[in-house]
Design a protein around this ligand. Structure first.
Ligand code: FES
Length: 88
């Protein structure tokens, strides 16, 4: 299984709609960040399917180091992102 790669160092804040189905890219290879475009095929990594209970803004992870996918947990500012970036 491949490791996730960082799509960006910073999270992205976007508008999400209640009950709409979203698919967050967990592998970092999608060209349609922060969402999956199927580029994970062959990596052994799977995207995260999710919905939101309220329409509004959400901050989604793009470094792919979050421990609370699809949401940013601040990992991009810490060792999780730094270690993975230096290993690429
Ligand atoms: S393209 Fe990254 S999880 Fe699908």
């Amino acid at each position: 299984m491949s490791k996730p790669i960082a799509a960006a160092n910073d999270p992205i804040t976007i508008h999400l709609e209640k009950d709409k189905k979203y698919v967050w890219c967990a592998c970092g290879r999608s060209t349609h960040q922060p969402f999956c475009d199927g580029s994970h095929r062959g990596t052994g990594l799977d995207p995260v399917h999710f919905t939101v209970e309220e329409t509004g803004e959400a901050t989604l992870c793009q470094c792919k180091g979050t421990r609370n996918p699809p949401y940013c947990d601040g990992s991009h500012a810490g060792t999780a992102f730094s270690k993975r970036s230096s290993a690429e």
